[in-house]
Write a protein that binds this ligand. Structure first.
Ligand SMILES: Cc1cc2nc3c(=O)[nH]c(=O)nc-3n(C[C@H](O)[C@H](O)[C@H](O)COP(=O)(O)O)c2cc1C
Length: 637
C-alpha cells in the first residue's frame, strides 16, 4: 500500500511518503539558493512523493534563516518546483507564522505577535497582543502568500496550525486570553484560524490545501483531541487533507525523541480521519517501512509523513521500497534542538545533510592512493566511508571483531537499539564501497610501513577515565557493565549500586541495569548541580523514568575515596560513607592516541590526522562530524 498512488484534489502522489516541513535556517537572500535546491532535490530523487518547505507569511512570523513569502523571488520557487517535478515529486509549501515561538535575539529586535501577551516558556520573550490591524494584515499575508504559491507552480499549500505556532496559539486557553470575538471563550478560539484558512482558499481556487494540527496540546489546561477534531470539521469546508502531529514544543510529554515509540501519535490522525472524512497524514517517528505499512493497513491514515527519516537519509523512500539498508534516524533530536536555538538544520548521523550542493561538486581523486583508517567506531566508519567515496583505496583496521566501537555499548540501554541499525547500515555501506575491513588485528608499525598509505586516519577513540582518588581501582567502568564483561554482585540488604558520574553514560547505565534487574537499588552521585547536562532536553524523560523506578540522585556530591563495600562521599561540607555492592565509574573518558602509530608515520613523513575522540572527546555525532570534515579539507583532494 505504501507505494500505491493517492490523490489530494488534483494532486496525484506517486506513493504515500510525504517529507514533512522542517525549518532549515538556510535562507540567506531573497531567492532560494543552490544549497536549498540541492537539499530538497536529493529527497525528491530519493523517492518522496512530496517535499514540504516552510515559508513565513511575513516578517513578524519568520524565524531566523527563513524566507518570507512576500519578499521571495518567485522564480526561485518555480525553479524548485521544476527540479522536484523531474522526479515526479510534488512541492508543498507550508505557510508559517511563528507567533510567540521565537527568540527575540533572532527576531531582529522586531516584536513578536500572538493572540495575547503570554510569553513562551521556551523562548521567554513576551509577544504583543495582536490588535485589529495586525490581525487583518496577517490574514491578508496568509492569503497573499497562498496566491504567490499558486503563481509559482507549487502543488499544494499546508497551513501551519500546530506545535505552538501562531494559529495554534488561538486554539489554546493557555495562550489565548482575548476577550473579543477571537478569544478562546468565543468558539474556542477557532474563529481567527478559520478566517485565515478561508481567506487562503478564496485566493488559491482549487489548489490543494493541507492543514497541519497538533492532535492535542498535551498540556494541563490545554486543548484536547475533541477540540482538534471539531476544528478540523469546521475547516473541512476549505481544506483537503490534515497533517496530524503530536503536541506542542513546550508539552511536557516527549514529542519526537527516541523516548517516543514508533508511530505513537498516529491514533490522533486516525481519530481525525474517522470524524472528518478528510484524508490524513500521520507523523512522528514513522521512520521505517513496517510502521508505515502497518498504520496504512490499519486505516489509521492515508499518507505517512516523516521529517527526520528524510533528513538522515535522502534516499529513504526508495531504499525502503527496494528493501535496501538506509541510514536510520536515531531520534537523537540534535536537529530540532539546534534549530530551536537558531542554528542551521543539521543531522548528527548524516553530516552531508544541508551540504548536498557542496557534495555534488566534489570530484573523485584522479590517481590511485591509499587511505588507512585505524579504528572502527563512529569516526572510523565515517572516515572510511568518505575516503572510499572520494575514490581512495581504503582499508579500515580494528582490534575489535566488529564495527561500531562505543556505539555497541551505547545501544544497550533501553530504546537505544537504533544505534545497532546504524552500525549495520555503515558496515553494509563500507562493504558496498569496497572498503577492506580488517578485524581483530592491532594496527602495527609494520602494517603501516608496509602499506605506506597516502593518508592515515587515527580513529582510535577513547578510554574511560579513572578518578584520581584513593581506592579508585575498586570501581568498575560503566563500559564494562554495558558490554557484559563485568557482572554485578547480587543486591545485598544494606547495599546498592553507586554510580559515580551523572552525565549521559551514568544515567544510561542506570537505565540499563534497571531494565535487567528492576529490584536493584541504585544511587547516582554527581559533583555538579545538574544531571545529564550533556543530553540537553533529552535528560528530562530519562531522569523522570529513572526516578519513577526508584533510582536516587545526589547532586553536588563528590566521591572522595573507595573502600571495600563503601564509598566515602562529601556533600554540603559533610562526609559520610555509602554502602555499595558495586561502584561504577562513569566519569568521562580520555583520548587513546598511540605513539607507536604516530611516531613511525612522522618519521616516514607520512600524513595522518586524528578524528573523533582521539582528537577531541565528544559524543557520537561529534565523532562522525569530525571524520566527515576531515574529508572536506582541500589537502586531501
Ligand atoms: C529540525 C526540525 C524542524 C522542524 N520544523 C518544522 C516547521 O517549520 N514546521 C512544522 O510544521 N513542523 C516542523 N517540524 C516538525 C516536523 O514537520 C514533524 O512534524 C515532526 O518532526 C515529526 O516527524 P518526524 O518524527 O518524522 O521527524 C520540524 C521538525 C524538525 C526535526
Amino acid at each position: 500500500m505504501l507505494y500505491s498512488s493517492f490523490k489530494i484534489r488534483e494532486m496525484e502522489l506517486k506513493n504515500r511518503w510525504i517529507m514533512l516541513a522542517m525549518h532549515t535556517g538556510y535562507a540567506q537572500e531573497r531567492a532560494l539558493c543552490e544549497r536549498e535546491f540541492s537539499f530538497y532535490e536529493a529527497r525528491a530523487k530519493g523517492g518522496a512523493a512530496a517535499v514540504t518547505i516552510v515559508l513565513a507569511v511575513n516578517e513578524a512570523g519568520s524565524l531566523k534563516g527563513m524566507h518570507q513569502m512576500k519578499s521571495l523571488a518567485l522564480e526561485s520557487l518555480h525553479e524548485l518546483a521544476d527540479r522536484l517535478h523531474q522526479y515526479d515529486c510534488k512541492l508543498i509549501v507550508q505557510l508559517f507564522h511563528c507567533g510567540r515561538n521565537e527568540s527575540m535575539k533572532h527576531h531582529r529586535e522586531k516584536p513578536l505577535f500572538a493572540p495575547s501577551a503570554v510569553a513562551s516558556p521556551i523562548f521567554k520573550s513576551e509577544p504583543l497582543e495582536m490588535d485589529e490591524k495586525e490581525l487583518a494584515r496577517t490574514k491578508e499575508d496568509f492569503a497573499f502568500a497562498g496566491s504567490l504559491c499558486k503563481m509559482a507552480g507549487v502543488d499544494a499549500i499546508e497551513i501551519s496550525a500546530s506545535a505552538g505556532y501562531l494559529l495554534s496559539e488561538f486554539l489554546s486557553p493557555i495562550t489565548n486570553l482575548r476577550k473579543d470575538s477571537y478569544g478562546y471563550d468565543a468558539n474556542k478560539g477557532m474563529t481567527y484560524p478559520l478566517e485565515v484558512i478561508r481567506s487562503v482558499r478564496e485566493k488559491v481556487g482549487d489548489l490543494p490545501i493541507l492543514l497541519k494540527v497538533s492532535g492535542a496540546q498535551m498540556m494541563d489546561g490545554g486543548y484536547g483531541l475533541e477540540d482538534t477534531i471539531f476544528f478540523c470539521r469546521l475547516a473541512s469546508e476549505y481544506i483537503d487533507c490534515v497533517t496530524v502531529t503530536g503536541g506542542w514544543h513546550e508539552s511536557p510529554m516527549e514529542q519526537i525523541s527516541y523516548h517516543v515509540s514508533k508511530g505513537a501519535y498516529a491514533p490522533f490522525a486516525a481519530a481525525i480521519k474517522k470524524y472528518t472524512d478528510l484524508p490524513v497524514i500521520a507523523c512522528n517517528r514513522i521512520h521505517d517501512g513496517e510502521t508505515a505499512e502497518r498504520l496504512l493497513a490499519e486505516n489509521q491514515c492515508d499518507l505517512v509523513g516523516s521529517a527526520r527519516a528524510f533528513l538522515s537519509d535522502p534516499q529513504f523512500a526508495n531504499r525502503v521500497e527496494r528493501k535496501e539498508p538506509f541510514l536510520p534516524c536515531q531520534a537523537c533530536n540534535r536537529c530540532i534542538m539546534g534549530v530551536l536555538k537558531g542554528q542551521e538544520l543539521a543531522c548528527g548521523f548524516n553530516p552531508e545533510a544541508g551540504r548536498e550542493d557542496f557534495e555534488n561538486k566534489r570530484r573523485k581523486i584522479a590517481t590511485r592512493k591509499e587511505v588507512v583508517v585505524v579504528g572502527g567506531g563512529p569516526s572510523g566508519m565515517e572516515a572510511a566511508k568518505k575516503a572510499a567515496e572520494r575514490g581512495f583505496v581504503t582499508t579500515l583496521i580494528t582490534e575489535e571483531r566488529t564495527l561500531g566501537g562505543q556505539f555497541n555499548l551505547a545501544a544497550k540501554p533501553p530504546k537505544k537499539d537504533g544505534l545497532s541499525a546504524y552500525v549495520a547500515y555503515m558496515e553494509e555501506t563500507l562493504k558496498n564501497l569496497g572498503v577492506q575491513l580488517v578485524f581483530g588485528q592491532k594496527c602495527s608499525e609494520e602494517f603501516l610501513l608496509t602499506k605506506k598509505p597516502y593518508f592515515t586516519v587515527i580513529a582510535t577513540g577513547s578510554q574511560p577515565f579513572r578518578l584520581p582518588i584513593e581506592g579508585a581501582e575498586k570501581a568498575v567502568f560503566a563500559n564494562d557493565v554495558l558490554s557484559g564483561k563485568i557482572s554485578l554482585p547480587p543486591q545485598s540488604e544494606e547495599g546498592q549500586v553507586v554510580i559515580i558520574g551523572g552525565g549521559s553514560v551514568g544515567l544510561e547505565t542506570a537505565a540499563y541495569i534497571k531494565e535487567i534487574d528492576e529490584e536493584r537499588k541504585i544511587k547516582i552521585i554527581e559533583s555538579q548541580a545538574f544531571f545529564g547536562k550533556d543530553l540537553g532536553a533529552l535528560s528530562r524523560p530519562l531522569i523522570s523514568n529513572l526516578r519513577a523506578k526508584g533510582v536516587q540522585f545526589m547532586a553536588d556530591t563528590t566521591a572522595d575515596a573507595l573502600e571495600d563495600g563503601k564509598v566515602l562521599i562529601s556533600i554540603g561540607g559533610q562526609r559520610f560513607f555509602l554502602q555499595a555492592d558495586a561502584v561504577i565509574s562513569a566519569t568521562g573518558s580520555q583520548a587513546c592516541v598511540f605513539a607507536y602509530l604516530t611516531m613511525p608515520l612522522m618519521d616516514e613523513r607520512l600524513s595522518y590526522a586524528l578524528v573523533g575522540d582521539a582528537e577531541k572527546i565528544g559524543d557520537g555525532a561529534d565523532a562522525i562530524k569530525s571524520a566527515y570534515e576531515l574529508f572536506t579539507r582541500v589537502y586531501l583532494a
